[in-house]
Design a protein. Structure first.
Lengths: 303, 227
């Protein structure tokens, strides 16, 4: 294809958009609303997953060891466990630390001497343990089985049900989100294909003339493809811009009005969302525009 | 230049439009194809443009067997044929200039080439002063002349005209025919499908008469035969 034809197709495609501005606006509107929903969904999902991750890592496993296992051996085990993928971090809590933690937790205001005597004779002897937090709660039961296979390990404390339900919710949300996004994309493709079909019907005569004159397929289809792609592009930029503005406002509003939310969760910063949302939306918009017009053209324009 | 060998065309509805047509049209000829409606004229026209495929038989255009043409070569083949229709088929939202430029744009001519050739084409068809007009501001005769200029835009060796005078009054019809004759004198092979009896008889050109899908007469300086 010559470069002048390439520019012709772009010019003509843009002209077509303005000429059929009603249909173009309708298509842009539908893609905008689809991607707007997608964007909102994405923001919610990302924040929800952040929350889930927070909760998952706060779900921990505590490993207790048999009497007589040395500190060195426990540290060795810690180093081995730390290498596993599902493990976020491992903290070694020595007998003394365990005792101090206990005192802080139950007698935060001082113990009036009752416990001081016990410092010399730590009641938690043999209670040195490893606190393991997980990056992936669904792997917890595997990890527990693994930990129990060490002969030095006495027992492992874990909250199976909590971990399992977190993992389940997380997965469920992802599936539902994926399904909804897929449906939205299909709807958008259908709509843009409809727009292009109407465009073809409006310009049936022009297309027939082009074919009689000896225009190649690409020359006839080019402007329609450009039309679809530009509509897809505009339809994806608008919602991203709106969501970008809204996101900041909403986060500010929520954290301002409900300070408790600050404690419960950290909102994902706007840049981190848009570094993904912008390219993904553009690609989806472009894809929808291209696929929607291409399938219609294949069906309706043959030399 | 144009040759048909034993061409049959039966539509999927079972209607047989052409029943064994053979003809030769030499380079530089001016030929009328006449016949009443249903005689197969339009089918013949569409076969020549490869808009339809013959059921059997072979068609040569510009010495190429177009039955063997790959789909993607069709556009190039059509560039060798200028077409004119009864209903002009101009793009209504573009000016006269743009309509002619469009045909050249399609085949990939540069803007510079287009700027120099459009005025020449307009002066050939006598519409130099109308280049900025839109089709609906022109008379039928003028519109058909724009269509002619467009058909000639890429210097095709063959010009096909399907009832070019069908929508015109006798005066305009005659002017279009004179123009076609002039184009023919410049070396273009011209094939006019028509049922305009007066014109055919006055022009005294070769006339091929179709009836029920067969050629019933082919005369060098013919008149219009009723079937």
């Amino acid at each position: 294809m010559r470069i002048s034809n390439f520019f012709y197709c772009i010019r003509q495609g843009l002209k077509n958009i303005f000429r059929n501005h009603t249909f173009s606006l309708a298509s842009i509107g539908t893609i905008t609303s689809c991607l707007f929903l997608f964007g909102i969904f994405f923001c919610v999902l990302v924040n929800f997953q952040g929350l889930m991750k927070n909760m998952e890592t706060s779900v921990g496993v505590t490993v207790f060891f048999k009497d007589g296992v040395t500190e060195e051996r426990i540290l060795e085990i810690r180093d081995t466990v730390e290498l596993r993928d599902e493990v976020a971090s491992v903290t070694y809590v020595s007998e003394d630390e365990a005792w101090n933690q206990f005192k802080e937790q139950y007698f935060p205001d001082g113990d009036e001497g009752i416990l001081t005597n016990l410092d010399e004779d730590n009641p938690l002897t043999g209670m040195a343990n490893l606190e393991i937090s997980l990056s992936d709660a669904s792997q917890q039961s595997d990890l527990v089985t693994y930990l129990e296979s060490f002969e030095e390990v006495d027992h492992v404390n874990s909250l199976d049900s909590v971990a399992a339900s977190f993992a389940d919710i997380s997965r469920l949300v992802s599936y539902v989100a994926l399904a909804i996004i897929l449906i939205l994309i299909l709807v958008a493709i259908f709509l843009i294909s409809n727009t292009v079909r109407i465009g073809i019907a409006v310009r049936r005569e022009e297309i027939a003339i082009m074919k009689y004159i000896g225009a190649t397929d690409i020359f006839v289809r080019g402007p329609f493809l450009v039309e679809g792609i530009v509509i897809g592009l505009v339809g994806s930029l608008i919602p991203v811009a709106i969501i970008r503005f809204l996101y900041v406002e909403v986060v500010q509003f929520v954290t301002g009005q409900f300070p408790v939310m600050n404690v419960l969760m950290n909102f994902v910063p706007v840049q981190r969302i848009f570094i993904i949302l912008l390219p993904v939306s553009l690609v989806i918009g472009l894809g929808i525009g291209f696929i929607g017009s291409y399938i219609t053209l294949r069906k309706h324009i043959r030399v | 230049m144009i040759a048909l060998d034993n061409v049959y065309k039966t539509y999927s509805t079972g209607v047989s439009a052409l029943n064994g047509i053979s003809m030769r049209i030499k380079k530089g000829e001016f030929v009328f194809v006449v016949g009443s409606s249903g005689s197969g004229k339009t089918t013949l026209f569409k076969l020549l443009l490869k808009e339809l495929e013959p059921t059997s038989g072979t068609i040569y255009i510009n010495n190429k067997n177009i039955g063997r043409l790959r789909r993607r070569k069709i556009p190039k083949m059509r560039r060798g044929i200028g077409v004119v229709f009864q209903d002009f088929r101009l793009l209504k939202d573009r000016t006269v200039y743009e309509n002619i430029a469009f045909a050249q744009r399609v085949v990939g001519k540069s803007s510079k080439q287009i700027r120099s050739s459009v005025p020449a084409l307009l002066s050939l068809v006598g519409l130099s002063d109308k280049e900025k007009a839109y089709p609906n501001e022109l008379s039928g005769g003028e519109q058909q002349r724009v269509a002619l200029a467009r058909a000639l835009a890429n210097n095709p060796p063959v010009l096909l005209a399907d009832e070019p005078t069908g929508n015109l009054d006798p005066k305009n019809a005659w002017e279009i025919m004179k123009l076609l004759e002039e184009i023919n004198l410049r070396g273009t092979t011209v094939v006019v499908v028509t049922h305009n009896k007066d014109i055919v008889e006055q022009m005294q050109k070769r006339v091929i008469t179709l009836s029920n899908g067969v050629i019933i007469s082919d005369e060098q300086k013919g008149g219009y035969y009723e079937d």
